[in-house]
Design a protein around this ligand. Sequence first.
Ligand code: SF4
Ligand code: ZN
Ligand code: ZN
Length: 322
Amino acid sequence: MICDVCHKNEAVIFQPHSGRSLCKDCFFNDVKERVRKEAEKQGILNSRKVLLAVSGGKDSLVLVDAISSFISASRIVAFNIVEGIGGYNRAEQAEKLRKYMETLGVQLVSTSFKSEVGYTLDEMVRSSEVKGMNVSPCTFCGGFRRKLINNAGILYGTDLVATGHNLDDEVQTIMINLIRGDLSRLIRLGDVPIKVSGKFVTRVKPLRKIYEWETTMYAYLKGYSFQEVECPHIVNKPTLRAKVRDLIYSLEEERPGSLLKILEQFDEISQKIRSNASFTELPRCEICGDPTSYGRRICKNCELLIRSGLFSREYQKYLPMS
Ligand code: SF4
Ligand code: ZN
Ligand code: ZN
């Protein structure tokens, strides 16, 4: 079959949401152009410097490839975190990542939970289990990852921090916040970033309109060597996110293009809600100084460390009543 765009090359991809068959080059161009449009809305094109959070997974490789194709490598800092999860995101992966960034001329900075927080993710999870806490490893992982990425954005003086969240991730997040009724988080999502704290470097997601299957195919067709194993924690403990993921996959299979439509509709609604909302500065955690949710004295990360017994007992007094 011939490509529906260039009408020259053999098509290798069928895009259910557009109904088109595309050759390799037209597929790469299509993805990059959609990323460029989002990046423009999110202020990346005009930023002085942007930090790209890279895990070594397919999404992060596509993120760096796409962004470095329209802004100069000197305006990019790639940032990698080794969480300390047995059998996952190992040191060899970080080394592969470093070599790949070198070929793009992008500076790569690496750090780990162990060196920044004092514990690997596995150590935090074990301690929480010993204390009988029923907290998903992803809650620890996501919270500390956000903290480290933000700190790195401040340290390297970037205007923005970008993550490789794709369309599937974004729609899952919207659904989860809807299910939990978390309106304050919900309206922070949207195609134009908002700033809720002077201590937060604005977070953007340039891949938010790219399907996960597209980042997988992009990485595969580019021949990237990326981490394909799934994190053992998501395998061991299916979270609400994993359940929502299964649900939206079946929806997309039945009605191709549904996820894009959900996100586009959501962006419109979010714009309307935002235009009537006022955002006040978030309070600061009394222990680490990071922004925390309204009505809280300490941040969720500090609370998790206290509850897991990994912070000195003197901090117990800060625990919210439960
Ligand atoms: Fe972290 Fe959860 Fe992702 Fe594993 S699945 S890397 S624990 S967020
Ligand atoms: Zn083509
Ligand atoms: Zn804190």
